[in-house]
Design a protein around this ligand. Structure first.
Ligand code: GLA
Length: 733
């Protein structure tokens, strides 16, 4: 078992092949955090709990004597911090009692250790069989309020990853209100040499990488937009100042949640730091009647002493193997052509068919019909909610178009934005009460649309039936599930005043339920997540959709930054990336078609332009790119990513590579962002077997792994702005 309990000193030790995590039940029954980091062999780690007794003004549990050593919740490393009883750092848990106070204080009651990993009912989470993971449940109780808290820890033994969540149960006879219930709390003893990493951004610039020294005080990211958001991602990392891509300590924290979240790092004056991650407590209260429970989302924690690259590779493996699921989990996904940037709203059956026909001749495998096929949808002002086909555009209906596309040997995919309703739509006239709203408050409008109240079962039933009607009447293999505005005035007509603060979370749970229902009914359906580009790129979505459109900025050079940041924790196999037209529609940049293809290959790969307008020469390039997708699929999608040159480094170039698990195959991509005169294109590789010799298929040169990694490659070509090269290496011995 990789989780042990040592009764002599009441220590839990949770080990993976590369990490250890330790918790102690102290003399007073409180859970202390002892250690998280690289694997350590000893279990007597209680000496780590010692903290120098400070002045009398720190609250302590009782006067210290020889038998009762110094213990202050504010100075010790706490495992799951509670509010109002002496720990003044951020709380993981705060429960308001019927008397109005928010004092919360939990102590150990019992525990269980078992092989495998439990499901989190109604929520997305990583999964594992009994060989892959071991779980520890620690039951704690607040003896005054009657709240019971079960802390769950699962370790993935061969991966260096662990997950956490908590269940808060009202075991009293009175109502209580959960004000904060975070998924993870980790107290670091010494964070003085650490950096804080997060992914910030906006629409068309999602998940940009930011690394800065951890400061005294609180640093953090959050969302209260109702979705995980473009602006901040529910991922943060702490790493040592000296951590590089391939060395140094790196701790990654990611929340499996697509709603309002918070992730903070709080460094105290002794340079200890507390990381907290979970549902954003702002605008959140969850009412618990006696015997009811609240379940937090899952937090994923990864540690690597192989730097940020090591951390990312663990996340990638975990998400590919133990989060993504279903029919498309490991299957090669079809190369798609999406008509959005080709036609926007201005299309009809013939236009789409012509694009599909050209696509089929080039090796593209699926046509995705984007926004505009339904209701009165000719621009973004109307139609959302009216999910019946617009027969003025598609004369013979969906059946005829899909049949024609299928006859070309292609699959057919379709766009939906189920959670929304247009201000001008039949649905809103029929059901104004289905919109999220607060009766006496003006409803903010955004992209001419409102948000449906996904906490309502009738709304979900309606949406399920609409989608079902479409899927049952035409051969549809794929849905792009879009979401194009934030939640505002988030009140629900069905809930009483005492439960309005639950709406954001109930919305998310409702969304999960609908997605689950859809996938149960159509297990072979391929879902692609989308939110005005990549506004909902989070692990929760990956549980339902094995690919997510990464950004509405499809420019290859902008995508370098976006895909670099995204790769911190999300695997390449999940990153929706397309080749689009030039000049690029978002930034006006002109880049070579080869480079657009090379960058999109580091993703799910597809096209988003009018293929009928390509020259013969361009068509030949597209044909070759499609062939390359198949040729390199395995190494890219199942291989290990090594980021070689960050696009941020000096803004002149960017490079990355994939290496197969057996290290017999590698694919290197090198892109010039800004050519500087006499620029040398020198590149040291990573992740190869130093003792193997590799044939570079493009140059014919054979060099050993150690030479390629230590002396490096020297690309002997003059490459100009936006040029790029891909090199395929095969082990020859
Ligand atoms: C969003 C998506 C785009 C496209 C449009 C359609 O912006 O991100 O890819 O589907 O909606 O309206």
């Amino acid at each position: 078992m990789s989780i042990q309990f040592y009764p002599e000193n009441k220590i839990f030790k949770l080990d993976t092949n590369s990490t250890s995590y330790a918790i102690q039940i102290n003399k007073y029954g409180y859970l202390l955090h002892l250690y998280y980091g690289a694997a350590v062999s000893d279990s007597e780690l209680d000496y780590l709990a010692y903290t120098c007794p400070h002045g009398a003004h720190f609250p302590r549990v009782e006067s210290e004597t020889a038998e009762n050593p110094f213990f202050s919740k504010d100075l010790h490393r706490m495992e799951y911090s509670c509010n109002g009883c002496g720990d003044f750092r951020g709380s993981a848990l705060a429960i308001k009692r019927s008397g109005g106070t928010e004092d919360t204080d939990i102590q150990y009651v019992s525990h269980k250790i078992y092989a495998g990993k439990p499901k989190i009912e109604g929520q997305p989470a990583t999964y594992a069989d009994e060989e892959q993971a071991t779980t520890l449940e620690i039951l704690c109780r607040d003896n005054v309020s009657g709240a019971e808290v079960t802390l769950f820890y699962s370790v993935f033994e061969n991966l260096g990853a662990m997950t956490r969540h908590a269940i808060i149960h009202n075991a009293s006879n009175e109502v209580m209100e959960v004000k904060r219930a975070l998924s993870a709390c980790v107290d670091f003893h010494d964070a003085s040499d650490m950096d804080f990493i997060h992914l910030y951004g906006g629409a068309c610039k999602e998940r940009l990488f930011e690394r800065s020294p951890l400061i005294y005080g609180i640093q953090g990211v959050s969302s209260k937009r109702g979705y995980s958001s473009h602006m901040q991602n529910p991922f943060v990392a702490l790493c040592s100042h000296d951590a590089t891509e391939e060395s140094g300590d790196a701790y990654g924290f990611n929340l499996v949640y697509t709603g309002n979240f918070v992730a903070t790092a709080e460094m105290d004056s002794d340079s200890g730091a507390r990381v907290l991650l979970g549902i954003n407590p702002e605008g959140f209260t969850w009412r618990l009647e006696p015997d009811e429970s609240f379940v937090t989302p899952e937090a994923v924690m990864v540690y690597s002493n192989e730097g940020l690259g090591g951390m990312s590779r663990i996340f990638h493996k975990l998400y590919r193997n133990n989060l993504c699921r279903g029919y498309w989990k490991t299957r090669k996904r079809p190369i798609l052509i999406n008509n959005w940037e080709a036609t926007y709203f201005d299309f009809n059956e013939e236009k789409l068919y012509d694009i599909a026909k050209t696509a089929s001749e080039l090796g593209i495998e699926m046509l995705v019909m984007d926004d505009g096929w339904f209701g009165s949808r000719n621009n973004s002002h109307s139609g959302l909610g009216d999910w019946f086909v617009n027969e003025e555009k598609l004369k013979g209906g969906l059946g005829k178009l899909t049949e024609r596309v299928n006859a070309l040997g292609m699959k057919f995919g379709i766009w939906f934005e189920p959670e929304m309703v247009s201000k001008r739509s039949e649905l809103i006239s029929a059901h104004p009460e289905w919109v999220l709203q607060i009766p006496d408050r003006h409803k903010s409008i955004s992209r001419h649309q409102y948000v449906l109240d996904m906490s309502r079962a009738d709304v979900r039933d309606y949406l399920f039936e609409c989608i079902k009607a479409v899927l049952d009447n035409a051969n549809i293999a794929y849905i792009k599930w879009d979401f194009n505005r934030s939640l505002t005035e988030a009140g629900s007509a069905l809930l009483g005043s005492e439960r309005q603060q639950e709406v954001f979370h109930r919305y998310v749970l409702g969304l999960y339920e609908l997605l689950e229902r859809l996938l149960n009914a159509y297990p072979e359906l391929l879902l692609e997540g989308c939110a005005s580009g990549g506004g909902r790129f989070d692990p929760a979505w990956l549980y339902y959709a094995p690919q997510i459109w990464a950004s509405d900025d499809s420019d290859a050079i902008e995508r370098l930054d976006i895909q670099y940041g995204t790769s911190m924790c999300y695997p390449t196999s999940t990153v929706g990336a397309h080749v689009s037209a030039c000049p690029n529609h978002q930034v006006g940049r002109t880049t070579p078609l080869q480079t657009r293809g090379n960058v999109a290959l580091a993703g799910t790969f597809g096209y988003e332009l009018d293929l009928t307008k390509l020259t013969d020469e361009e068509k030949e390039i597209v044909r070759k790119q499609c062939a390359d997708y198949h040729k390199y699929f395995d190494v890219i999608h199942n291989g290990n990513l090594y980021r070689l040159i960050s696009p941020w480094k000096d803004r002149t170039k960017c490079a990355w590579m994939y290496v197969s698990d057996d290290k017999r195959e590698a694919l290197v991509t090198y892109v010039v962002i800004r050519y500087r005169i006499f620029q040398r294109n020198y590149l040291r590789l990573a992740g190869l077997d130093p003792n193997k010799r590799y044939l570079n298929e493009q140059t014919g040169q054979i060099l050993s792994g150690d030479t390629l990694m230590r002396a490096g490659m020297n690309i002997q070509e003059i490459l100009k702005d936006y040029d790029s090269r891909v090199y395929h290496f095969i082990a020859v011995d």
